[in-house]
Design a protein around this ligand. Sequence first.
Ligand code: GUN
Ligand code: ZN
Length: 437
Amino acid sequence: MSKNNFYRGSIYHCIESNGKLEPIYIKDGLMVVDTKSGCIIEVGEYISLASKWPQSESLTHFKDGLIMPGFIDTHVHYPQYKVIASFGTSLLEWLKKYTFVEEQKFIDSDYASQVAELFLDEIVKNGTTTAMTFCTSHKQSVDVFFAAAEKRNLRMVAGKVMMDRNAPKALCDSPEDSYNDSKELIEKWHNKGRLSYAVTPRFAPTSTTEQLTEAAKLLNEYPNNGDSKGVLLQTHLNENDKEIEWVNELFPESNNYFDVYHDHGLTGSNSVFGHCIYNTDEEYLRMSETGSKVSLCPTSNLFLGSGLFRLDKLESFGIDTALASDVGGGDSFSMFKVMNEAYKICRLNDYSLDPIKAFYLTTLAAAKVLNLDDRIGNFEVKKEADFIVIDLNATELISQKMKTASSISDILFNLMTLGDDRLIDEVYILGQRAYKK
Ligand code: GUN
Ligand code: ZN
């Protein structure tokens, strides 16, 4: 085995320094990857690096390909793989009619394992190399997911749904059981290889105060500690008007929906809140004060008719934000589609989402939201070489559009507007090929 692997082609990634994005586009670039660790040693112009590195047979040349960091999907539900494209309802009805029905099947770990494999095949084929996913309330739904991810060397975040009310009995646990199961799963999987655990109370309406308190106990027991990363928290916030009314009835003692989580000790820089469409200014402020993070889910918000988020507000409050598919509320696994719908939602608020920013929100910003930006998200030295190779001629239309592109921004905007899984030619995990179209 050669000591290093070499990849030549057009390379795009984005770095961030002092809060400023610096897009880097190298027309004829070289990426050097340490074969053993799968980490990046050097990235630069081919012409300046070629003489330094003896490449021999370990060079792969993507002649028409654009090399980019793999996408990171910061909010998705792998058990909802088959719930995708369910007709005609808004959030609360959709949960009852489709989602809670499907999730009950995950009591069967063979079924759960089959869906986990299908899900991982599908996201990788769409160029997504890391995801933070909800599992179901069954402990085994987490075990099979992490086992499948581990087998493929994927960097993944997942957690057992905690839910002790307002859901079918078969899906409900208790505060004690959800604590004990989650703790066992954390001990087994958290920081094992490339895997991390997220404590996962589904959302405030399906947890009692007692259960939210148990969730906070777990966050406190597994905090960030030097180089060792603490567990994350994932949940939903301010997605739907009826949901918000319901939360106000269930938790009258809290000031607002965000404060329901805050009052139970569930906010902070390890906590990622999905949606946040209807945040009040007070909630944006509280999120920013606590360093809490946000996952925006445009395809889901449009598919379920939930509403239009305000990226401009999140930015003005300085809240770390990323994009996400939220399948099965979302109707696509493609982060190109997610960026496309995000662009349109922003347009409805008279804001034009810059393509450099859109790709940032699906790579480096997403890594930051998951506290993984020291490992993934761009091609800085020592980061893990999870990358995709995009075929810029995958469709006639894209190929024709690319002829008129005069900058990397133009190229990226064509991709996010017209792209889908057909563009993903190859996917590499830790420098090893995991998918070829
Ligand atoms: N709120 C609570 N559960 C869910 C879910 O599964 N999907 C979405 N989109 N929102 C939720
Ligand atoms: Zn969700």
